[in-house]
Design a protein around this ligand. Sequence first.
Ligand SMILES: Cc1cc2nc3c(=O)[nH]c(=O)nc-3n(C[C@H](O)[C@H](O)[C@H](O)COP(=O)(O)O)c2cc1C
Length: 362
Amino acid sequence: MRSLFHLKKNGGPLLFLAPMAGFTSAPMRRLCHAHGAELAYTEMTSDMGLLHDSDKTWHLLETFCDEGPVVAHLYGSNPATLAEAAAKVEATGRFAAIDLNAGCPVHKITANGAGAALVKNPQLVHDILAAMRRAVTLPLTVKTRLGPHPGAVTAFELLAAAESAGADAFALHARFTSQGHGGEPRLDLLAAVKRRAKIPVIGNGGVHSAYAAQRMFRETGVDAVMIARAAIGNPWIFGDIRADLASGRELAARDAARGRTRRDVSVIKDTLEAHMAAELELIRLIRARYALPRQAMDPDDVLTTTFRCHLFRYLHGLKGSSYLRGRLSELHTLADIRAAVASCLEREAAYRAGAKHEQAGL
Ligand SMILES: Cc1cc2nc3c(=O)[nH]c(=O)nc-3n(C[C@H](O)[C@H](O)[C@H](O)COP(=O)(O)O)c2cc1C
């Protein structure tokens, strides 16, 4: 059987990095893999962009050969074009699986009948997945939501549609489309879907801590937990959760309330450097594969736009990060970013040294 669930390279529970447009490109995925994510999804990629050979769309599916297993995350609403796009994606030989986006609530996606518009249409989800199934041999998955709103739970029909179409796993963001990304995930409904499922279920929504992961595994019985926002600027979360769960310690809500594990300043610096170096590596890879001219994808432009959001999440909560946020518009080059990071980390290191001094009563 085609399966994604032979992936237990790290032992213990399966933890996946969720798809996030604008974030989960190869650099973030490689870091999350290195820190214990077993599987990572690409950014969402348009079937039509792939079929029209749009370079920008294909850039979204660039992978590093050493990053670890990656799922190509496609969106669209037409069975024939999604199937054709999936076959092209499979032919790259880069992916461990192909996933259908049936949950993105952004208007420009749903207006074309894709993303969360599919939550209301299990029959179309079936037809799309059945067409994709005929077109590819890779494992096929779908990521969706509980339903359009709490008055209309469609997840059970969506699961049945996925199963009868031959999908290999069902990823469920345990929120309704009407909730966006906010509000409590409904673990009771996720558990009910899991009980009904004949294929593995991947649970998603609100996992920001080991406590939340433990609750999701225990209360729902899902086969894997998928993490999105909590991994931005925090690739260590996969290792942290794995270690906490392996400790056998009974976790409590107060463990989650402590927030992110505090890292050494040098660890943050090295990881940020590795992430920036990987962004530059990705630019070189794309330029080479698409024979782009040297002036295309200027590293200063790319890093000051795409990397900013990562940067602030890495520095979140450190002394100097709000000062840096205020100077966002002044970061025009990679050198500006490096200088700003150095100054923020120096402030944090000085603050920590002062606090230690005080504690020691000196
Ligand atoms: C910036 C951002 C981009 C996202 N992009 C996608 C996407 O392209 N496809 C998708 O299925 N979900 C997308 N999501 C939703 C996440 O995959 C995930 O389902 C959601 O954030 C809930 O998980 P969390 O509580 O762990 O963040 C995105 C979320 C965020 C915050």
